[in-house]
Ligand binder design. Structure first.
Ligand code: NAD
Length: 317
């Protein structure tokens, strides 16, 4: 079955390109998937634009949108094992970590489902100024391009998709070309939950070929991006040409600080976990460690000894 999801249909890339997905832990071939180019990206924007301008979704009552998100949360829990396995094959991360991610993802859909179902009431604000009427109204932004990285593929996607749908937007999702599988499964679950055709669209492919066209397309109203700083700069520049709204979550270098009154054993263990969890491929990884002088030598020695003892292995070991 083809893997691009556009206007409620599964289709292949127009120019027939495909990509091999390999597990980074051992290089085994996971699957071959369709690889979109600019024409596929444009078709996905057309579908999302039509679904926003003509479709029922933006005008669907908030309670119904919230209920759909809650159904998605339940479907993620139902399919948690298969999703976690797919995530581990694509990323190489340990299965137990992928399973934690799936719990977070179900909770994310549940959180936004409840938020949307319970809130968002428009209201009139008293300005204290006779003859001036001021209102707070909640309206969706429009068509959103959602572009995500490879380290937490479905979690990053959920943090974008759940609020975008909850607010009544339509979207085109462009996951990392390295880790497409859980995004493909999510599209199936959204359709199963009853999302109308064209609201959720998926293009797989590289940043320049499938991502950049989304950031340049005047029919896209907002870009939400998580990834590296250099890409973030490019996206902000591209989006400025059509004055899109932009949300960027970029890379960082995060310090942990240890003073000599800390619980020593716990501090060493947490410093270790902070930098080696998911092989250190975490945006909030503790990549810098500031240790009080008096502790420094002993702390470094113990940290190195415990780092040496970490067993290497694949996601299913
Ligand atoms: P990346 O910037 O290379 O790619 C991220 C996404 O952008 C991918 O889907 C990629 O195909 C796409 N892309 C690349 N060029 C593009 C372009 N010109 N236009 C549109 N899309 C384009 O990042 P990565 O290597 O996939 O992910 C790792 C980075 O993500 C690290 O820097 C990490 O710190 C960061 N990250 C940040 C957070 C956060 O919340 N701040 C979370 C996770 C990861």
């Amino acid at each position: 079955m083809p893997e691009l999801f556009i206007g409620g249909r599964w289709i292949a890339a127009v120019d027939g390109r495909v990509r091999e997905i390999r597990c980074p832990a051992d290089g085994t071939l996971v699957a071959t998937v369709d690889e979109a180019g600019p024409r596929d990206a444009a078709a996905a924007v057309t579908a999302a634009r039509e679904a926003f301008d003509r479709g029922p979704w933006p005008a669907t009552p908030a309670a119904e949108r919230g209920a759909l998100l809650l159904r998605v949360a339940a479907l993620i829990e139902r399919d948690k094992d298969a999703l976690a396995r797919a995530e581990s094959l694509d990323t190489g991360k340990r299965l137990v970590e992928s399973a934690y991610d799936m719990d977070d993802i179900a909770n994310c859909f549940r959180y936004f489902g409840n938020l949307v179902a319970s809130g968002g009431t428009d209201r009139v604000v008293d300005t204290g100024n006779p003859g001036v009427d001021s209102r707070v109204v909640h309206v969706p932004v429009g068509v959103c391009a959602l572009i995500t990285p490879w380290n937490y593929p479905l979690l990053q996607t959920a943090w974008k998709v759940a609020p975008a749908l909850g607010a009544g937007n339509t979207f085109v999702l462009k996951p990392s070309e390295l880790t497409p599988h859980t995004a493909i499964i999510l599209m199936r679950l959204l359709a199963e939950a009853g999302l109308p055709d064209g609201v959720a669209n998926l293009v797989l492919g590289t940043g320049p070929d499938a991502g950049a066209p989304l950031t340049e397309d005047p029919r896209v109203d907002m870009v939400s991006f998580t990834g590296g700083l250099v890409t973030g700069r490019r996206i902000m520049a591209a989006a400025s040409a059509t004055v899109k709204k932009v949300a960027l979550e970029l890379g960082g270098k995060n310090p942990n600080i240890v003073f000599d009154d800390a619980d020593y054993e716990t501090a060493v263990d947490y410093a270790l976990m902070a930098v080696f969890l998911h092989s250190g491929q975490v945006c909030s990884a503790g990549a810098r460690l500031l240790v009080q002088d008096e502790l420094h030598d002993r702390f470094v020695e113990d940290l190195v000894a415990r780092a040496r003892a970490i067993p290497m292995g694949g996601p299913f070991d």
